[in-house]
Design a protein around this ligand. Structure first.
Ligand SMILES: [Zn+2]
Ligand SMILES: [Zn+2]
Length: 446
C-alpha cells in the first residue's frame, strides 16, 4: 500500500479494488491465461500449481471463501491469491481474466464487463460478500488507466499528460478513500477508471514508458492533480469542489490560450453565467477545437455518446416533482422554483434553493455541494452543476429547463480540453502547465 507521507524513490506496488463490497458478489470466476505460469496461494502461504485455461471459482460462505479449480474443490480459506510466476508481457488482454466486474458503478452507464488484469489477484470476504484486489506495479496500472479513461485513438501528448496527471494524483494519495478496505484505490470513477489490460493499447504502454516516474510537483509536494471530462470553458477551483483550503495550482482560468478574451469572464453574475452557457466560446474543450462527432473516438469505451460542452435537460412539472421527491424526500405537491444561490468560477452551482408546495404550504429546501446537486437533478447523475434554469411564469410552472456546461467537477486537468490542445500541437508539458499553473514536472524514480 502507498504511504501518503513518503515520496517514493523506487516504483511502488499498489493495490486496486476491482470487486468491492457494494457490488455484493458471492461468486467470482477467473480464467488462467496461456502465459506466464501462475500459482495459487492460501492464507497460510501454501502453494498450489495452476495450468493454462484453468477455471477458478471462488464462492462466499459465511465469512470464508471456497475455491474450486475446474469444478473441483481445492479448499476453504479466508484469503486466496493467484500469482504470476514470471513477469507479464504488457499487451492487450494480458493476464488473468475476471469474468464479471462492475463498470460505471452508480452512474447511468453502469454495466458488468469481463476484465483482464496483470499482477496478483487477491480474493477475500468483506462485509458479507467477496472483494477482489489487484496488486501490481504502479506503471502497469497507469498504462491501463490511460486507455480505460480515454479512447485508443488519442494523440500521444494527451495520453502522456493524462498518465502524468493520474500518476501524480495517485502518488499524492490525499483522498485515501479505500484504505480502511485494504486497498489504495478502486477501479471506477470514484477514484480512476481502471479496466486492467482489457483495452490496453501500444500508445498507452508507450505513454507510461515515456513518462516513467514523472509527476507534477509544487513546493516540494506531489500535486493532488485532479481531472474531469470537460470543464465547460473555465476551470473550477479545488475549494469550490472539495475543501476550503485552495490549491495554488488549480486556478479559475479559461481553458484557452493566454490571449483569450470573453466579455462574460469572470462569471461573477447570473446574467454573465447565462450568456456564457448560451454561447459556445472558442475554448480548448469546445466543439471549435474538436467536433462532438470527432470526440467520440477519443472518449473511453463505456461513456455514452452525447453533447458535453453545452447540454440541456427538460422537465415537466410532474417529472421534476417526482424526481425531487425521490432524490431529496421533499414530499412536495409541486415545485415552484429552483433558484441559484452560490456558484464557483466555472459557473458550477455549489448551492441552490428549491421552493415547493407541501400540502398547500410554501416551503424551501437548500441543497449544497455540486456533487449532491448533480445527484438530485438526474435519475442517476447530471453532467455538471454549471447550469441555468428556465421556467414558464405560471404560479405553478408547467416546465423547467436546465441548460448547462461541461461534464464532471471541472477542476484541474480537462480531458476533452487536453485533446483539443494535443490536436492543436501543444506538447505534453505545455498541456500540464496549462491545467496546473506553477507546477513542475519531475522524475521521482527511474
Ligand atoms: Zn474509489
Ligand atoms: Zn475545458
Amino acid at each position: 500500500m502507498l504511504n501518503p507521507d513518503i515520496i517514493p524513490s523506487v516504483e511502488p506496488i499498489i493495490r486496486v479494488g476491482v470487486v468491492l463490497p457494494e457490488d455484493n458478489f458471492k461468486i467470482l470466476s477467473l480464467t488462467v491465461p496461456e502465459k506466464p505460469d501462475y500459482f495459487l496461494m492460501n492464507a497460510s502461504d501454501e502453494k498450489f500449481s495452476l495450468h493454462a485455461g484453468d477455471q477458478i471459482e471462488v464462492s462466499y460462505h459465511n465469512k470464508v471463501c471456497a475455491l474450486s479449480i475446474n469444478g473441483k474443490l481445492t479448499g476453504i480459506d479466508n484469503r486466496w491469491k493467484v500469482i504470476p510466476d514470471d513477469d507479464i508481457q504488457m499487451e492487450n488482454k494480458a493476464g488473468l481474466k475476471i469474468q464479471e466486474v462492475v463498470s460505471g458503478r452508480g452512474f447511468h452507464w453502469q454495466k458488468n464487463i469481463a476484465v483482464y488484469v496483470s499482477g496478483i489477484v487477491e480474493i477475500s470476504p468483506l462485509e458479507d460478500s467477496l472483494i477482489l484486489v489487484n496488486e501490481l506495479p504502479i506503471e502497469e496500472y497507469l498504462m491501463c488507466v490511460a486507455t480505460s479513461e480515454m479512447g485508443r485513438e488519442c494523440p500521444r501528448e494527451l495520453i502522456e499528460s493524462q498518465t502524468i496527471t493520474a500518476r501524480s494524483w495517485m502518488l499524492a494519495n490525499v483522498e485515501q478513500k479505500h484504505v480502511h478496505q485494504g486497498f489504495d484505490v478502486c477501479n471506477d470513477d470514484c477514484c480512476q477508471r481502471y479496466q486492467g489490460t482489457t483495452h490496453l493499447s501500444n500508445q498507452s504502454i508507450e505513454g507510461a514508458m515515456n513518462t516513467r516516474g514523472q509527476v507534477l510537483m509544487y513546493k516540494g509536494d506531489i500535486c493532488d492533480a485532479r481531472y474531469s471530462k470537460s470543464c465547460g470553458g473555465v476551470m473550477e477551483t479545488f475549494e469550490n469542489i472539495w475543501e476550503e483550503t485552495p490549491l495554488d495550482y488549480m486556478r479559475p482560468l479559461p481553458d484557452a490560450p493566454q490571449d483569450f478574451e470573453n466579455p462574460n469572464l469572470p462569471l461573477d453574475s447570473e446574467s454573465k453565467v447565462r450568456q456564457w452557457i448560451s454561447s459556445v466560446p472558442n475554448t480548448f474543450c469546445s466543439p471549435h477545437a474538436i467536433s462532438e462527432k470527432e470526440l467520440k473516438k477519443y472518449l473511453g469505451s463505456v461513456d455514452e455518446e452525447g453533447s458535453y460542452f453545452r447540454w440541456e435537460f427538460y422537465f415537466t412539472q410532474e417529472k421534476i416533482t417526482r424526481l425531487m421527491n425521490k432524490k431529496l424526500k421533499l414530499d412536495a405537491d409541486n415545485i415552484l422554483d429552483i433558484i441559484p444561490v452560490k456558484r464557483g468560477y466555472s459557473g458550477r452551482l455549489t448551492e441552490i434553493k428549491i421552493l415547493y408546495l407541501q400540502k398547500g404550504n410554501k416551503k424551501e429546501f437548500i441543497l449544497k455541494d455540486q456533487y449532491f446537486i448533480r445527484q438530485a437533478f438526474h435519475e442517476s447523475f447530471l453532467y455538471s452543476s454549471a447550469f441555468v434554469i428556465d421556467k414558464d411564469d405560471r404560479k405553478i410552472p408547467e416546465y423547467f429547463e436546465l441548460r448547462g456546461a461541461g461534464w464532471g467537477h471541472g477542476a484541474g486537468y480537462c480531458q476533452i480540453g487536453a485533446v483539443g490542445m494535443a490536436l492543436k500541437g501543444y506538447a505534453t508539458d505545455e498541456i500540464l502547465y496549462h491545467y496546473f499553473p506553477g507546477s513542475e514536472l519531475k522524475q521521482i524514480y527511474k
